[in-house]
Design a protein around this ligand. Sequence first.
Ligand code: PAF
Length: 279
Amino acid sequence: MELVHTVAALKEAITTQKKQDKTVGFVPTMGALHEGHLSLVRQAGDACSFVVVSIFVNPNQFNNKEDLERYPRNLDADLAMLKTTPCDLVFAPTVSEMYPTEDHRVFDFGHLDVVMEGLHRPGHFNGVAQVVSRLFNMVEPHKAFFGLKDFQQLAIVNQMVKQLKMPVEIVPCPIVREPDGLAMSSRNTLLNSTQRASATLISQTLFAAMQKARHLSVEALKQWVVDNIDQNPDLQTEYFDIVEDQHLNSITSWTDAGNKIGCIAVHCGKVRLIDNVTF
Ligand code: PAF
């Protein structure tokens, strides 16, 4: 496994592989890797013959300075984990390597960007699109792998690829959960032990909601989810919505068309956690 920090070294390594007809699989990350990331890398390894992982905490996608500062970083631990996977090349650029000049591009993702995460984290998805489009231009992967935990991010990336006509296949990968059901996230390491125990209620509630769906109206179920989570003093729900998976419009009835995804964001102390389930 090779580690590079510059775009020039990245491109050189990838060009060499492409000359040997290798298919490039790409997993963009912000580091603080966990089993969820490693499962993306393994899926990339199964589908492609050369696997690139980027590790870059992208300042442009943080709408909260404190959140950016507290974001966990540990390159050595990340590299040790990646050595256990089919990762061939790690790209870990500095901020100035990634953004030699400021990125002023403003993307228009319409409705996709103004609901749920987009509503509560203004500018977040614009920053995601800036960095992911740059990374795609640098790596030029055949396939890129994204976790379904960030369901809305996946919708945005698909839309961005369409708008920019990028020749990359976006591969959605299942959510990986801790044994107690908590969706794996780099932010879980920021929880103290009491908060960590409380956070289990998020997925437990979503799973219970799947059982209750269709016995309750959509509105009543949404209210039940919020009430059930917020009864725990460590947790405060920011939003819970049930949307169809293409345009992310809120559904109002279980008979509405499309796959129905229940998306949630919950504050657990200062840590913001997201999760989703399919109804
Ligand atoms: O999902 C993430 O970790 C980030 O949003 C991504 C896709 C690596 C872009 O910084």
